[in-house]
Design a protein around this ligand. Structure first.
Ligand code: PMT
Length: 409
């Protein structure tokens, strides 16, 4: 455990539950493993453990006030603290603090600092409360939101509670929290170091007139998760994205496009200097043959007929040009799924295809999770259970890295 925590700055948010009395021991363990610890306390937390105790064991004054009375110009402390964090832990996380974190409240130093965290800082949340509060649908819904953001939730232990009742709600022992923190900070091997990875994401928009278009439901979440993870795994990443509401991830190059023809142009120009292409975009198969120069008025005709022409199959085109590149496609299917995906794998000359269903809850468009099978040209299939797209991205890229090794890239 020592090496993962050594030299890291850990922000520990303590909210007001009885389990707060265990936090000095948690601070002691983190410090013993070589971390520097900054504690943030909510006002109610001070009913259970004193700032003097936590300030002493952490060797840092505890922070509670966003506007500390007499320290001029120091109201940006939460920003500076957030930017130096290797990990943000909330332990114990009360039902109230969970709700505030889930919904973006910024009404104390703990919640304000959480909102100021750069996106790459991992968050470990340790809920602790009475069982009825923990199992309440509101608390569970808030936990689901936080889980969906990729935060690690360490579930409470089951056992006797301060109320005299018994059930899930006890904060796990400090040693378990410190061990989980170390696991999160364990550095991943940079399996894609030195590789140039090209990823497509999102839908394409095919214009009808200056105000209308044909498109699909792709949110870009799958492609963006792949791009961010590939960058974290050491790759030099270019992300070509159709119109989505996601902001540019840090540490990689993003090319924004609108239509299938624009996406084709961007991908074709990047392809020669690419080692691995993953096509997660949902490219529109058709576009309107003649785009109207001005808004089509409904008064001008009864029904409107549009002539659609086929868009180029970008991936199939790149499959024909493939030299040293490893090519991975996606297949979004509703029926005869394996048969259709296998056909696409062969026709597009791919090294693997990631099959997901459009009509399965928790899979495909827009959701934070996906359920996939990866099919290979030799007929083997690797299946994955439902998981966050962010986690699945790591699994897919680890498969890609093995395929590239096999292809001697
Ligand atoms: O963006 P999200 O909301 O997170 O949703 C993720 C996703 C469902 C979009 C993603 O997981 C996915 O399945 N992407 C591929 C969708 C798709 O277009 O599948 P397809 O079976 O129609 O196409 C097969 C492959 O050919 C795909 O890699 C596609 O990018 C590519 N293609 C398709 C048509 C076309 N004209 N050119 C292409 O290159």
């Amino acid at each position: 455990m020592k090496s993962e925590l050594n030299g890291k700055t850990i922000l520990l948010g303590v909210s007001g539950g009885i389990a707060a009395y265990k936090t000095p021991e948690l601070v002691r363990l983190l410090k013993k493993a070589g971390a520097s610890v900054q504690v943030f306390m909510t006002e109610p937390a001070k009913q259970f453990v004193t700032p003097v105790t936590l300030g002493t064991v952490s060797e840092n004054p505890v922070l509670s006030d966003v506007f500390p009375g007499n320290r001029e110009g120091s109201w940006t402390v939460h920003i500076h603290q957030a930017r130096r964090a290797a990990l943000f832990i909330v332990a114990p996380a009360t039902a109230n603090t969970l709700a505030k974190l889930a919904h973006g409240h910024a009404d104390n130093m703990l919640t304000t600092t959480y909102l100021a965290l750069p996106p790459e800082v991992p968050v470990l949340i340790v809920p602790a409360m009475d069982t009825d509060m923990f199992v309440h649908p509101a608390t569970q819904a808030n936990l689901e939101i936080l889980r969906g953001r990729g935060h690690v939730i360490l579930p409470p232990d089951d056992g006797p509670l301060a109320s005299g009742l018994s059930g899930p709600g006890r904060m796990p022992e400090p040693a378990k929290i410190a061990e989980t923190a170390a696991g999160i900070l364990k550095s991943e091997p940079k399996i894609l170091a030195g590789k140039r990875v090209l990823i497509s994401a999102g839908p394409t928009r095919e214009p009808i007139d200056p105000v209308r278009f044909i498109s699909n439901y792709s949110s870009g979440k799958m492609g963006f998760a792949l791009a961010e993870t590939a960058a974290r795994l050491g790759a030099e990443v270019t992300l070509v994205s159709g119109p989505v509401h996601l902001s540019d991830p840090a540490g990689l190059r993003v090319i924004r496009v609108e239509s299938a023809l624009e996406m084709q142009k961007a991908l074709e120009s990047e392809f020669p200097r690419t080692d691995l292409l993953i096509m997660a975009a949902a490219v529109a198969d058709y576009r309107v043959e003649t785009v109207a120069g001005s808004k089509i008025k409904k008064e001008d005709s009864g029904n409107l007929e549009l002539k659609l022409v086929k868009n180029p199959d970008i991936l199939a085109g790149l499959g024909k040009k493939k030299k040293h590149q490893t090519l991975v496609g996606f297949a979004l299917e509703t029926d005869r799924i394996v048969e259709n995906a296998t056909r696409k794998l062969k026709e597009k000359n791919l090294d693997a295809i990631v099959l997901n269903r459009a009509n399965e809850p928790g899979a495909g468009f827009e959701t934070d999770t996906n359920i996939v099978k990866i099919l290979f040209p030799d007929g083997t299939v690797t299946e994955f259970s439902k998981m966050l797209k962010k986690d699945l991205a790591g699994q897919i890229l680890s498969v890609c890295s093995r395929v590239m090794e096999h292809n001697h890239v």
